[in-house]
Design a protein. Structure first.
Length: 134
């Protein structure tokens, strides 16, 4: 099947990996994330990428261009291209969320079990469907 159709809430809540790229299209990418208590993504800026986050479980803060906002389950966040941002888990349990990058940011299929495993693996132009044909 082309495209992606699955229960995103179930996948997100069941994810324990810091980062798991689920689907990469030509112009959009779906990534699951789990931040442990006290963990943060780290301050970043995507000059050419808009980014959407949806919090499924947990609580924390999002920082966008110096403004901090508390976040919790069911919150949605949009970070426009060029905005300096960070997501921080301020709770006592894992913060489970998913994010959409437009255009894709990471290499398709990347899994980082922990933040310490994170490496710079940028989108190389290969989509999920192209990779499946290899």
């Amino acid at each position: 099947m082309k495209g992606f159709v699955e229960d995103i809430e179930e996948l997100t809540e069941g994810n324990d990996d810091y980062r798991r790229v689920l689907y990469t299209g030509k112009h959009l990418q779906l990534v699951l994330m789990a931040l442990q208590p006290g963990e943060q993504i780290g301050v970043e800026v995507h000059e050419t990428h808009d980014q959407f986050f949806r919090v499924e479980k947990g609580k924390g803060e999002v920082w966008i261009d110096g403004e901090r906002t508390k976040i919790k389950s069911d919150d949605a966040i949009i970070v426009p291209a060029g905005a300096r941002h960070n997501v921080v888990n301020t709770g006592q349990k894992p913060l489970k969320l998913y994010t959409l990058y437009g255009p894709p940011e990471h290499r398709d299929g990347v899994v980082h079990k922990t933040k310490a495993d994170e490496t710079e693996e940028y989108f190389d132009g290969t989509t999920t469907e192209e990779g499946a044909r290899l």
